[in-house]
Design a protein around this ligand. Structure first.
Ligand SMILES: NC(=O)c1ccc[n+]([C@@H]2O[C@H](COP(=O)([O-])OP(=O)(O)OC[C@H]3O[C@@H](n4cnc5c(N)ncnc54)[C@H](O)[C@@H]3O)[C@@H](O)[C@H]2O)c1
Length: 330
């Protein structure tokens, strides 16, 4: 069996990627420091390593044991909060850029050439022409988090790895069997926060109401986490394809939905009246961030199956209800 190292494999996206790899006949090794997840470890993996990617020692131990049998890497580990990156940029450069470099160093030493990198829509940032984010429009990140993703992408190409960078947009939902999902509470992600309001009957906070959008709330492109996991395995399988040197792919639905509109959909499907409170806009947040998924559809044959707002809300609800003890216990 082919061993694939998944950094951040216990995380929200990582747990889904690990499951998708197993379903596709791979044998994942997880590397995660457990800093941002309560997900139990998938039992069908090859090995689990608890370690911090920003410290080279634990990766070195992992590669000393498995280096000669690792075929490639899916790199998801890192810090993920835009606002926190504005407040503490060094932490983000240390874990996301320094951590990536530590990983590439071990991969080089052991002759592992293949890597799929979890980049982000945050690399596009505030590009002047607005609209759906295209590859040609330039990169204008508004946060250190976005910059760390650009540096990560650059390291992979400058150091000549066989790589694909997936620019994930707003990942949401949970696997349709209710086994895997986002275990964080409280959550800064919109859909889990909405579901927590529904389950606990608490007010729902919206950050900022004066964005340049039709209803004043941010517009985002939501893509289901199971579709993201499938896209990630598709990308991994295509690492030997050159795609004429194009290595970045948007993983998105291509559809923009405002925060308020997601809340209204939730109000309808759960028959719940939200008590909405307004809070200050978050630093680094953009008005609108919608992607163009043409290239992923055409070249990777990416076909999102679950990326509609109702399914993403419903699966989030099912996961949080089913796993409420894990999620809500303090
Ligand atoms: N969720 C999204 O909407 C989204 C959008 C764009 C990009 N991404 C990227 O996808 C990747 C996965 O995101 P996610 O939403 O699953 O987040 P997550 O926090 O659930 O996953 C990241 C995992 O990495 C681990 N981790 C953090 N720092 C680490 C370190 N120093 N060493 C080892 N492990 C560490 C965490 O414990 C966590 O399990 C991230 O790189 C993120 O930037 C996510």
């Amino acid at each position: 069996m082919k061993k694939v190292l998944v950094t951040g494999g216990r995380g929200y996206i990582g747990a889904h990627v690990v499951r998708a790899l197993i379903n596709s006949g791979y044998y994942p090794i997880i590397f995660d420091d457990g800093s941002n997840t309560k997900m139990p470890i998938d039992q069908k993996i090859a090995a689990n390593f608890m370690g911090n990617i920003a410290l080279s020692g634990s990766l070195e131990t992992l590669f000393n044991i498995h280096g000669d049998s690792i075929e490639g890497v899916i790199h998801l580990a890192g810090k993920i909060y835009v606002g926190e990156s504005v407040a503490d940029p060094i932490k983000y450069y240390e874990h996301n850029v320094g951590g990536t470099l530590n990983l590439l160093k071990q991969m080089s030493a052991w002759g592992v050439k293949k890597i799929v990198f979890a980049s982000s829509a945050g690399v596009y940032g505030d590009c002047p022409q607005g609209g759906r984010r295209e590859y040609v429009g330039g990169l204008y990140p508004t946060s250190p988090y976005g910059w760390t993703k650009i540096y990560g992408e650059e390291l992979l190409s400058k150091l000549n790895f066989k790589h694909i960078s997936l620019r994930y947009f707003n990942v949401a939902g949970c696997d349709i069997n209710g086994r895997l999902g986002d275990t964080r509470y409280p959550s800064s992600h919109l859909m889990p926060a909405i579901i927590d309001s529904v389950i606990m009957g608490k007010p729902m906070q919206i950050n900022g109401g004066d964005y340049a959008t039709p209803d004043g709330t941010c517009v985002r492109d939501y893509v289901h986490v199971s579709d993201v996991a499938d896209a990630t395995v598709l990308a991994y399988r295509n690492l030997d394809n050159n795609f004429e040197g194009m290595t970045a792919f948007n993983i998105c639905s291509g559809i923009g939905t405002s925060n308020l509109s997601v809340i209204r959909t939730a109000a309808r499907i759960f028959d719940f009246e939200f008590d909405i409170t307004k809070a200050a806009p978050r630093r680094g947040d953009l008005d609108i961030l919608i992607g163009n998924d043409d290239r992923a559809r055409k070249l990777l044959h990416f076909q999102p199956k679950y990326s509609n707002i109702e399914t993403m809300l419903m699966t989030t609800y099912q996961f949080r209800r089913k796993n409420s003890e894990l999620i809500y216990k303090v």
